[in-house]
Design a protein around this ligand. Structure first.
Ligand SMILES: Nc1ncnc2c1ncn2[C@@H]1O[C@H](COP(=O)(O)OP(=O)(O)OP(=O)(O)O)[C@@H](O)[C@H]1O
Length: 558
């Protein structure tokens, strides 16, 4: 089957050929004709199977084939849960739409709003955005959504869960009733599916593989180990097996920072990425990781969904996620586009229940691998465990993934367990302002880390300078992949990729290895900035208080 046979126009067929795609993936083969037909669609396919092109290609075609109702108006809106994913999707739009006169633009918080206002004034056909910044523009009357013909919710189940649903409903209210709605994700719980059904108009359902399953391309293993031993085991594995590109997930921002610091101290080149970092720091960390310059990226679930890191070989769950869906998405950062990958979960005894939930949800038993012998420094076992308190077990989806509410932590301003349609009484909502979410004992808010809009998100970054987790200069070259000769982890100055396989990917990826059927030009390496970590924008200081106030008032008015 060819892309042309799906009914795609020549400029799109040419663009995918330039990307090195020869054959549509199964989700593309089904979704492209369905979207071209014009109806609503809910599409589920495993991680890394090309869903982005599955909606982007026909979307671009529909915009090309139908005349705009109003000149300069936004005709298509794609919403994503994180800024990085928004940037990645818009980059794909630009690549696939390279031969079409469609103007696309990406818009998210954490950066200055003024260039966005200018771009919107100049006219945008296809806008990719995170909901928070979108609503900031709506509030400032710098955005008109009344001509949107097509809405896409990427990572749709996440967009419809309690972290985002209030904002999504606000956005939906601003769109014309007559429009095409497209929902894509690798996971849809029955509950979210039912909610989505209600928002869509006679949707077509496409399920390529069984919903909520993990891809066979990822080898999954569990090592059962005490919490305090995890970082020593992880360092041992990275060094011993010479893992050179490892995405490590922690449950908290604090935990991500700490682990990145500890690994760095131990000589493993690491950075952290999470929602408390400045956008500059986030962008830099991800770019260095994608390019292969950074050995370990320690991330919260902010990096769990959608991010396409070409041929990423290793994902490690340093802690299991609270929600089984997040496990599917986390490990789906590896084993993409036909490549294979490895996912290792370090599971302490108190995480057994989470592990069982994941196995129930994905309907597979994960192999228990023997823990290799590794060094524990004297005294390590008695280190204080300053992990945040565990979410109570037995609540939420648990063993009954089909019928119980999602176990995600509440968003600021939402009560735990409260879902859309089950709102607390108005008074209770008032007495629980967004920023009153219960902090954990590390001073972190007990919310999932994502770009669910936060107070003051629109504020430009105001970096508070202090050392980045990794230190700064003197970065070592990427470590050697297991069995890959000649690329030593600690050898400074060794090339980060060989000329044989140097190539660029959409979204700034540069694949250090060859990859089937995907091709492109080498992207310039993003310039390094000197920005360090900073407090979350708008959270501190009088400006933050002001922004929170406005946000709380907007909520009350909703
Ligand atoms: N037809 C194709 N042939 C070869 N490679 C493809 C094809 N379509 C997409 N790809 C590549 O597959 C990779 C994964 O695609 P994409 O990011 O769209 O996956 P996804 O299904 O959206 O994953 P996730 O659920 O994690 O968001 C990308 O690097 C993309 O360039």
């Amino acid at each position: 089957m060819s892309f042309a046979s799906l009914g795609l126009i020549e400029p799109l067929v040419r663009a995918v050929a330039e990307r090195g795609y020869t054959t549509p993936t199964p989700i593309q083969a089904q979704a492209i004709p369905a979207v071209l037909n014009g109806g609503d669609l809910m599409a589920a396919a495993q991680t890394g199977t090309g869903k982005t092109a599955g909606f982007t290609l026909p979307l671009l075609q529909r915009l090309t084939e139908t005349p705009a109702r109003k000149k300069g108006a936004i005709r298509a809106l794609v919403l994503t849960p994180t800024r990085e994913l928004a940037a990645q999707v818009e980059e794909s739009v630009r690549l696939y739409g390279a031969h079409l006169p469609i103007r696309s633009y990406v818009m998210f918080g954490g950066v200055s709003i003024n260039p966005q206002i200018d771009a919107l004034r100049r006219g945008v056909d296809l806008l990719v955005a995170t909901p928070g910044r979108l609503l900031d523009h709506v509030q400032q009357k710098t955005l008109d959504l009344s001509n949107v013909e097509i809405l896409v919710l990427d990572e749709a189940d996440r967009m419809l869960d309690m972290g985002f649903i209030r904002d999504i409903r606000k956005v939906l209210a601003l769109l014309p009733k007559q429009r095409q709605n497209l929902l894509f994700s690798a996971t849809f719980s029955d509950e979210i599916k039912a909610l989505a059904d209600g928002l869509l108009n006679k949707p077509q359902m496409i399920e390529v593989a069984r919903r909520n399953t993990t891809t066979e391309m990822v080898t999954q293993r569990v090592m059962q180990v005490d919490q305090k031993a995890k970082r020593h085991l992880l360092a041992h594995l990275i060094k011993e097996k010479q893992w050179f590109q490892v995405l490590v997930f922690t449950r908290t921002k604090h935990g991500a920072n700490r682990l990145a610091e500890q690994l760095t101290k131990g000589g493993i080149n690491s950075m952290a990425i999470h929602g408390n970092k400045s956008q500059n720091a986030r962008t830099r960390a991800l770019a260095e990781f994608k390019s292969g310059d950074l050995q370990v990226l320690v991330a919260t679930d902010i990096a769990a969904r959608g991010l396409d890191i070409v041929e990423l070989p290793h994902v490690v769950n340093f802690e299991l996620p609270n929600v089984p869906e997040d496990y599917v998405h986390r490990i789906g950062r590896t084993g993409r586009a036909g490549a294979s990958g490895e996912a290792l979960s370090l599971v302490s005894p108190d995480e057994d229940k989470l592990l069982r939930d994941i196995e129930k949800f994905t309907k597979r038993t994960i192999e228990r691998a023997p823990v290799p012998a590794f060094d524990m420094p004297a005294g390590a076992a008695s280190e204080t465990d300053d992990r945040p308190p565990r979410q109570p077990q037995g609540r939420g989806r648990g063993g009954n993934a089909q019928s119980q509410p999602r176990r995600s932590a509440p968003r600021e301003g939402q009560r735990e367990g409260q879902r859309e349609g089950q709102r607390a009484p108005r008074d209770a909502q008032r007495s629980t302002p967004r920023d009153a979410a219960r902090p954990d004992h590390n001073g972190q808010r007990n919310v999932r880390d994502s770009d669910a809009p936060r107070n003051g998100e629109s504020r430009p970054a105001q970096p508070r300078r202090h050392a980045d987790a990794r230190g700064g200069e003197g970065r070592s070259a990427p470590a050697r992949r297991e069995g890959q000769p000649g690329r030593s982890p600690q050898r400074p100055g060794s090339p980060s990729r060989s000329p044989r396989n140097a190539r660029g990917e959409a979204n700034g990826n540069v694949a250090p290895r060859q990859r089937p059927e995907v091709n492109g030009n080498v992207q310039p390496k993003p310039a390094r900035d000197v920005d360090g970590n900073r407090a979350e924008p708008g959270r501190g200081g009088i400006k933050g208080v002001f922004a929170r106030g406005i946000r709380a008032l907007r909520d009350l008015a909703d």
